[in-house]
Design a protein around this ligand. Structure first.
Ligand code: HEC
Ligand code: HEC
Length: 661
C-alpha cells in the first residue's frame, strides 16, 4: 500500500512539472493525466468528479508543510494563494501575481487553516465542523471540489504533513488532541489526547514525531507517531530582556516607530520602519515563568523555532498590577531540538526590542536565513535574521490590520500575508531589504459584523495602546481569542487566575473573582489600572463587549451522553448541592460565597463563577490551585457542595456533565 501511494505521489509531481511549461487558459483544466493509476488508489479516492484535479504543486519555502490560514501553490505557471477566510466561511483562491481573486469556495463552516499536499490536494480545516476537508482544484477560477472529509476532535486549528505525505497531523485546540489522519481513504485516523489548547504542529524531519505548541498553560508536547507516546513539558524559558529598575521600563518602539501603524495603506516608502535598538549594557538573561505560542516552524537543519511571548506572572504577594509593578512581556524566538526540547539558541535571543507582542503565523524564507512573523497586534510583519546563535530582529514591515498568517513563495522570493481584520492580502518582496510591494483587499460576501464588533476586535488586540497598558500588553495577551491563558497573575488582591471570557460575560455580573465590579466598565477600570493604561472610554468598553459577545464556542458533543445526563442529575441533586450557587443558564447566582478558598486564616468570599466551558479553562479557582476538575472535586468536598459520598462512577458522571457545560 505504502509503495503504491508513493508511486502515485511521484506521478502527480511529474505531471505537474510537465504542465508548468506552457501556461494554458486560466479557466481550462491543465491536466487530464489523472494521478490514479492502480485499482487500489482509485478506490482510495472514490468520489471522483467529472473534471480531473489540476496538478497543484505546494509552495512551501521551508519544506515543513504546515498549515496556517494561507497556503501557496503553483499550477500552470501561476502562483495561487488559498486563504482560509473564517469570516466569510469560504476558501478564497487568489492569484498572487495579478492580485486578482479567482474564486471563492463556499464551505458552510469557518475554516481555520489550509495546506496543499504534495499530491496536489488542498486540505482545509473546519474550525467549527471538526473536519479536515480534502479538496481538489479542477480549474483555477472555479470553486474547489471536495473529495472527502475526515472527522477530528473539536476545533482543528493547525496541521502539518508527515514527511512522505502519508498522513496529516491535525491539532485540535478546543478538543485538546492531535490527530494522525492518513491521506489514503483506507487508513483510520487516530486521535491522541493532549493538554489544553494545542495551537501549532510540525513533524520532525525524519517523520517520527510531532512537535506541538500550546496557546495556554506554557506547554510544548512531543508525540511519537509510532507509539502515540506523549511527552509534555515546558521549554527552558531563558530569555534576554532589558534590566528592570525604577528608571528603565521595557524598551518599546518610539512614537515615531509606531507612527502610521494605524494607517492601513501608507505609501510604499513608509512600509518599512527600522527597529529600535536596545541599549546593550542593560540586558540580562532571566528565566521567566510562562510563555505563549501560536506558531512553529522547522528549519532546514532540523531545529524547531517558535515565536513566543515570555511573561513574568509575578509574586504570590499582592502586587501593583498583573505580573508586578513592571508588567513584563518579552517577545522571543525559541530554537530547540525536536527530540528532547533542548534549547539551541544561545540563552535567549535578541528579539526583545521587537514590538511583536502578539505573534501569530510564522514562516521561514527559502534559504532559512530569515523568519517572518505575523504580529497581529502591531499590524506588522517582523522580519528576523536567523543564524546559529538564534534570531535577531531585522525589520518590521507594516501591513493591514490583523496579520494572522504568512506564507513564503520561494521562487518569487515573496511573502504573502493575510490580515484578517482588514481582509487584506499584502505581498512583501524579500529580494533585498524586505518591503511591501502590493496589497489587495478581499471583499466580503457575507454581511459584515457591526462597526462596534470590528473596533472592539482591533482594540482587544492592539499592542502598545496607551489606553490599555503601559508596557504594550493587549487584552489578547492574556485572553487569547477571548479565552484565557491558563495562568495565574499577581494582582493587588493576590494571585488571580485569568478567567475565560468567551460565553461567560452575559448574565454573570458582577465581575472579577472577588465580585466587586458591578459591570464591565468597573471591571475594565481595574484592568487598565493594573496594566498601567490610561483607561478606556465608554464606547471602548461597549465595543469590546460587542466583540466578546460575537465570539462563538466550538461545538462539542459529549463522549458519553448517558453518563453526562447522570452527572446532570447529581449536579442538581440537593445532597450534592452544586446548582444552589451555580444556578440558571449562566451557572452562577451572581453572588459571593465563602467556600473556604481564601488564604489560610483570612477567609474570603468569591464571586460564584459561571461554569460555561469549564472543561476548557484549567486550572481552577481564583488562584488556579487545582490543575484538574477531578482534583477540585476531591479538594473542595464539604466546603463547596458534597462529593465525598459519591461513588467513583458518580464522580466520573459529575465530571462528564461539567465537561458538557
Ligand atoms: C496580564 C493579563 C491580563 C490582561 C492583559 C487582561 N486581563 Fe482580563 N483578567 C485577567 C485576570 C488575572 C483576571 C481576574 C482578575 C480578578 O478577578 O481580580 C481578569 C478578568 C477579566 C474579566 C472579568 C471576567 C469575569 O468573569 O469576572 C474581564 C471581563 C476581563 N478580564 C477583560 C479584559 C479586557 C477587556 C482586557 C483588555 C482591556 C483584559 N482583560 C486584559 C488577566 C488579564
Ligand atoms: C456556596 C456556593 C457554591 C456551591 C454550593 C458550589 N460552588 Fe462551585 N464555586 C463557588 C465559588 C464561590 C467558587 C470560586 C472559588 C474560588 O475561586 O476560590 C466556585 C468555583 C467552582 C469551580 C471552578 C471555576 C473556575 O473557573 O475555576 C467549579 C468547577 C465549581 N465551582 C463547581 C462546583 C460543583 C461541581 C459544585 C457541586 C459539587 C459546586 N461548585 C458547588 C460557589 C459554589
Amino acid at each position: 500500500m505504502k509503495r503504491s501511494l508513493l508511486a502515485t505521489t511521484l506521478l502527480a509531481l511529474c505531471s505537474c512539472r510537465a504542465q508548468t511549461v506552457e501556461p494554458p487558459h486560466p479557466s481550462m483544466p491543465v491536466s487530464s493525466a489523472s494521478p490514479m493509476t492502480t485499482a487500489e488508489t482509485a478506490k482510495a479516492q472514490p468520489a471522483l468528479p467529472t473534471l480531473p484535479a489540476l496538478p497543484l504543486e505546494p509552495l512551501d519555502a521551508a519544506g515543513t508543510m504546515s498549515a496556517g490560514a494561507i497556503a501557496l501553490a503553483r499550477v500552470a505557471g501561476r502562483t495561487l494563494s488559498f486563504i482560509a477566510d473564517a469570516d466569510d466561511r469560504a476558501l478564497v483562491t487568489f492569484d498572487v501575481d495579478t492580485r486578482v481573486k479567482l474564486a471563492s469556495t463556499s464551505l458552510g463552516m469557518r475554516p481555520s487553516a489550509v495546506l496543499v499536499t504534495r499530491a496536489g490536494r488542498v486540505a482545509v480545516l473546519g474550525a467549527d465542523d471538526a473536519h479536515v476537508h480534502l479538496m481538489m482544484l479542477v480549474a483555477v477560477d472555479a470553486a474547489l471540489v471536495e473529495e472527502r472529509s475526515i472527522e477530528v476532535p473539536a476545533e482543528p486549528v493547525a496541521a502539518a504533513l508527515v514527511a512522505n505525505d502519508d498522513a496529516l497531523l491535525v491539532a485540535s485546540r478546543w478538543g485538546h488532541a492531535l490527530s494522525i489522519v492518513p491521506l489514503s481513504a483506507s487508513g483510520h485516523p487516530v486521535s491522541i489526547d493532549l493538554p489544553r489548547d494545542p495551537s501549532a504542529v510540525v513533524a520532525s524531519a525524519d517523520g517520527k514525531r510531532a512537535i506541538v505548541m500550546h496557546a495556554a498553560g506554557s506547554n510544548a508536547s512531543v508525540v511519537e507517531l509510532a507509539t502515540h507516546t506523549v511527552t509534555t513539558g515546558s521549554l527552558d524559558r531563558r530569555v534576554q530582556r532589558p534590566v528592570f529598575n525604577e528608571m528603565l521600563m521595557m524598551p518599546r518602539p518610539s512614537a515615531s516607530d509606531l507612527a502610521g501603524f494605524e494607517n492601513a495603506n501608507p505609501a510604499p516608502s513608509q512600509t518599512s520602519v527600522p527597529m529600535p535598538v536596545a541599549r546593550k549594557p542593560q540586558v540580562e538573561t532571566v528565566n521567566l515563568r510562562a510563555d505563549q505560542t501560536f506558531a512553529l516552524v522547522r528549519a532546514s537543519d532540523g531545529r524547531f523555532m517558535a515565536p513566543e511571548v515570555f511573561v513574568e506572572t509575578g509574586p504570590a504577594a499582592p502586587s501593583g498590577g498583573y505580573g508586578g509593578s513592571h508588567g513584563t512581556v518579552t517577545p522571543a524566538v525559541v530554537s530547540f531540538a525536536g527530540d528532547d526540547g533542548r534549547r539551541l539558541d544561545s540563552g535567549g535571543d535578541r528579539t526583545f526590542g521587537s514590538p511583536c507582542l502578539l505573534p501569530r503565523g510564522a514562516a521561514l524564507d527559502e534559504i532559512g536565513k530569515r523568519m517572518l512573523v505575523a504580529c497581529i497586534g502591531s499590524s506588522a510583519v517582523a522580519v528576523l535574521g536567523v543564524d546559529a546563535k538564534g534570531v535577531k530582529v531585522a525589520r518590521m514591515v507594516q501591513v493591514a490590520k490583523g496579520p494572522e498568517a504568512i506564507a513564503v513563495d520561494a521562487e518569487g522570493r515573496r511573502a504573502v500575508v493575510w490580515s484578517t481584520f482588514e481582509r487584506t492580502l499584502s505581498v512583501i518582496d524579500l529580494k533585498g531589504a524586505p518591503k511591501r510591494i502590493a496589497t489587495a483587499s478581499v471583499e466580503r460576501a457575507a454581511p459584515a459584523p457591526g462597526e462596534d464588533v470590528m473596533r472592539g476586535q482591533a482594540l482587544f488586540h492592539a499592542s502598545f495602546d496607551e489606553r490599555v497598558s503601559s508596557d504594550g500588553r493587549a487584552c489578547a495577551n492574556c485572553h487569547p481569542d477571548g479565552r484565557d491563558d491558563g495562568l495565574t497573575w499577581s494582582s493587588p488582591n493576590g494571585p488571580m487566575q485569568t478567567p475565560m471570557l468567551l460565553g461567560r460575560l452575559e448574565g454573570t455580573a458582577p465581575y472579577g473573582w472577588d465580585g466587586t465590579a458591578k459591570d464591565l466598565t468597573h471591571h475594565l477600570a481595574h484592568t487598565t489600572s493594573r496594566l498601567g493604561g490610561a483607561g478606556l472610554s465608554k464606547r471602548d468598553v461597549t465595543d469590546i463587549a460587542a466583540y466578546l459577545a460575537s465570539l462563538k464556542a466550538p461545538v462539542t458533543t459529549p463522549a458519553d451522553p448517558t453518563l453526562a445526563t447522570r452527572g446532570a442529575d447529581l449536579f442538581h441533586a440537593e445532597a450534592v448541592g452544586c446548582s444552589g450557587c451555580h444556578a440558571g443558564d449562566a451557572l452562577t447566582d451572581g453572588d459571593t460565597h465563602d467556600v473556604e478558598s481564601g488564604r489560610p486564616g483570612r477567609g474570603g468570599s468569591f464571586d460564584t463563577p459561571s461554569l460555561r466551558y469549564i472543561a476548557r479553562s484549567a486550572p481552577y479557582f481564583h488562584d488556579g490551585r487545582y490543575a484538574t476538575l477531578g482534583e477540585m472535586l476531591t479538594g473542595t468536598d464539604g466546603a463547596m457542595g458534597h462529593t465525598s459520598q459519591l461513588s467513583p462512577d458518580e464522580r466520573t458522571a459529575l465530571q462528564a456533565y461539567l465537561e458538557t457545560l
